[in-house]
Each structure stands twice: as C-alpha cells, then as structure tokens.
Design a protein around this ligand. Structure first.
Ligand SMILES: Cc1cc2nc3c(=O)[nH]c(=O)nc-3n(C[C@H](O)[C@H](O)[C@H](O)COP(=O)(O)O)c2cc1C
Length: 181
C-alpha cells in the first residue's frame, strides 16, 4: 500500500472538502492517505510518501500564503517524488464571456508555482462562493460583473481526477493513455 499525502490550504472550507474527497477516493483505491492542513501546520514536510497531492484555494490570483510558502520551501523535496497540484477558484461563478479572462489573469502567479514543481498534473476546480465571503465592495463588484453565488464543485470531475492519480501512483513517469507517443 502506497502512502499518499494530500495537503491543502482553505479559507472557507471548500478546498479542504475537495482534498478530503480526493483522499477518500485514493483510500478506496487501496492507498494509504494522510491529510495535512497547510494553514494549521505550515511546517509539514512532503516526507517519504509515494506521492503528494497539494492544493489551495485561489484568492486574488494566488494560492493562499501558507500553500505558496510550503511549495517554495519544499520545492526540492517535492521534486523527489510524484506530485499532483490542484487549485480551487470561482471560474464557474463568472458569466461565460469572463471565464477565460478570469483564468488568464491569475495564471502568472499560479503558473510560476507549477513551473517550479513540475507536477504530474495540475487541475483547476471550481469551488464555492457565497455573499458572506465578500465584503460590501466585493459584493457590489460581484453583482456588477453578473457573477453567481453558489457551490460549483463538480464531484464527478473531482472523483475522476483522484481516480487517475490512484492509477498513476507507483507508475514511473505516469500512465500513458492509449495512443500517446
Ligand atoms: C475575496 C475573494 C477573492 C477571490 N479571488 C479569486 C481569484 O482571484 N480567482 C479565483 O478563481 N477565485 C477567487 N475567489 C474564489 C475562491 O477561490 C473560491 O470561493 C474558493 O472555493 C474558496 O475556497 P475555500 O472555500 O477553500 O476558501 C475569491 C474569493 C473571495 C471571497
């Protein structure tokens, strides 16, 4: 049984729930999993796991500071094992014409982290956004941009991503899809 560490940073809990779901899915596939909250234990080490899954909510175009700091501090250790990264944002809350613009605007900061780690894969999930998460000014801007509040998590998409990781853990270089050169 391989140990997979699932590390996360969340402000309002939706990213943590995604991390828990990924861990549960990996466990169902027969892996041992350890969940780690990077906000509570910023000194967590990737350690000698078979793989690390690390994800963060995106706020103002960046991973939460404990998650970004963790990746920068542990970049060498992360390079020694297979890593999967995920980001949780609000793309689905934006009206369609703004979605690609929203994703592009936050790319530089998140892309730099991905470039540092070179994970097996990075996936962007939609999270949860509720009026109570925003201050008054934020709520006004949200309304002016025709954004929608809600829970936009797609559990089937999350499960499918975790299932792929479960299959690839322990396979050097990852599983190639049929037809991949
Ligand atoms: C103040 C604020 C800023 C946000 N900034 C971004 C952002 O720049 N890009 C994005 O995709 N989502 C952004 N979001 C949406 C959050 O990433 C989304 O709500 C996510 O599910 C929060 O995760 P959490 O519940 O784990 O904290 C923002 C949300 C808030 C409340």
């Amino acid at each position: 049984m391989s140990l997979v560490r699932v590390l996360h940073a969340s402000e309002h809990g939706s990213t943590e729930e995604i991390a828990r779901r990924i861990a549960a899915r990996l466990t169902a596939h027969g892996h041992r999993t350890e969940l780690g909250d990077l906000k509570v234990s910023p000194g967590l080490e990737p350690g000698s796991a078979a793989a690390v899954v690390v994800g963060s909510a995106i706020y103002h175009g960046a991973w939460l500071p404990p998650a970004e700091a963790f990746v920068r501090k542990e970049v060498a250790a992360l390079g020694a094992q297979p890593v999967w990264m995920f980001s949780v944002g609000m793309t689905a809350a934006l009206p369609k014409p703004l979605r690609s613009l929203g994703a592009r605007s936050e790319q530089p900061r998140v892309a730099r982290l991905i470039e540092l780690v070179r994970p097996r894969a990075h996936h962007r999930f939609s999270g949860v956004i509720l009026p109570g998460h925003l201050d008054r000014k934020g709520r006004v801007i949200f309304r002016l941009l025709f954004c929608r509040y809600g829970d936009f998590r797609n559990w089937a998409e999350i499960d499918a991503w975790a299932d792929r990781i479960a299959r690839e853990v322990g396979v050097p270089g990852g599983v190639r899809s049929p037809g991949t050169p």
